[in-house]
Design a binder for this molecule. Sequence first.
Ligand code: GTP
Ligand code: MG
Length: 279
Amino acid sequence: MCTVCGCGTSHVHEHKHDDGPDHVHGHDHGDGTAHVHFGEGDAGLSVPGMSQSRLIRLEADILGKNDAYAERNRTLLAEKGVLALNLVSSPGSGKTSLLVETLKRLAGKTPAAVIEGDQQTSNDADRIRETGAPAIQINTGKGCHLDAHMVGHALEKLPLEPAGILFIENVGNLVCPAGFDLGEAFKVVILSVTEGEDKPLKYPDIFAKADLMILNKTDLLPHVDFCVGAAVANARRVNSRIKVLQVSARTGEGLEGWMSWLEGARTLRSAGSTGIAAE
Ligand SMILES: Nc1nc2c(ncn2[C@@H]2O[C@H](COP(=O)(O)OP(=O)(O)OP(=O)(O)O)[C@@H](O)[C@H]2O)c(=O)[nH]1
Ligand SMILES: [Mg+2]
């Protein structure tokens, strides 16, 4: 039995020296199926050539600065009475499609604005603007997530109406956006049924931090091997309080549940609460 993850299989894992050098490396048990951990040091990640203590200092510095910007965004959004949502998912799970359908349904009733994050192109912001909603595209270049500083600059340019909703579509990535608070009220993670029901277990951080998981592309369920019950159980293993909605941005199935979740969250926000949105 491995003492690192307790999984019962023999495998390769990180091994920290007791005698000084602050680093971790692979350690082969040499007797069976192999897998390798590189996230078990004090920093929770491994970068070749960099010690764990240096990694911790760097991470604390970057995240500390990000958190300060995030608090500034949160204060501004609260002053304006705007509900901000951070939409996270792997590439292509349907964030923009869901937003387009959402904005069509909000039009004329609830003011909404969108920040789009992608490494390159303004495709998504163009798709959003076609609905009539204002949108700012942030291109992160080599960056794999939005940060609160970028969002703060976009907020200076976006019209934010009282009691409205700000949707922030993060860069498609199930890993990096998890670490960066943008000043949102809620994180919404989107998982499409083509991705496999094990994703919450493989990428737990993002599911652990999300308030809501939207299972998208349910119209494809008859064509794929995807067990909704297993996906929900996996999400709840890493986050027992996560709420789950099933939708198809393509057919509109289930979108009424999402629209009422949004309305519940908006009402909570207007009342000044930051708690989890209504059931
Ligand atoms: N069948 C089906 N296809 C969908 C659904 N939602 C989105 N798609 C398709 O999935 C593809 C990706 O959709 P996007 O909305 O661009 O996904 P995204 O998450 O915004 O992608 P990135 O911004 O690149 O991360 C497109 O071809 C959509 O038409 C759905 O509910 N059902
Ligand atoms: Mg998109």
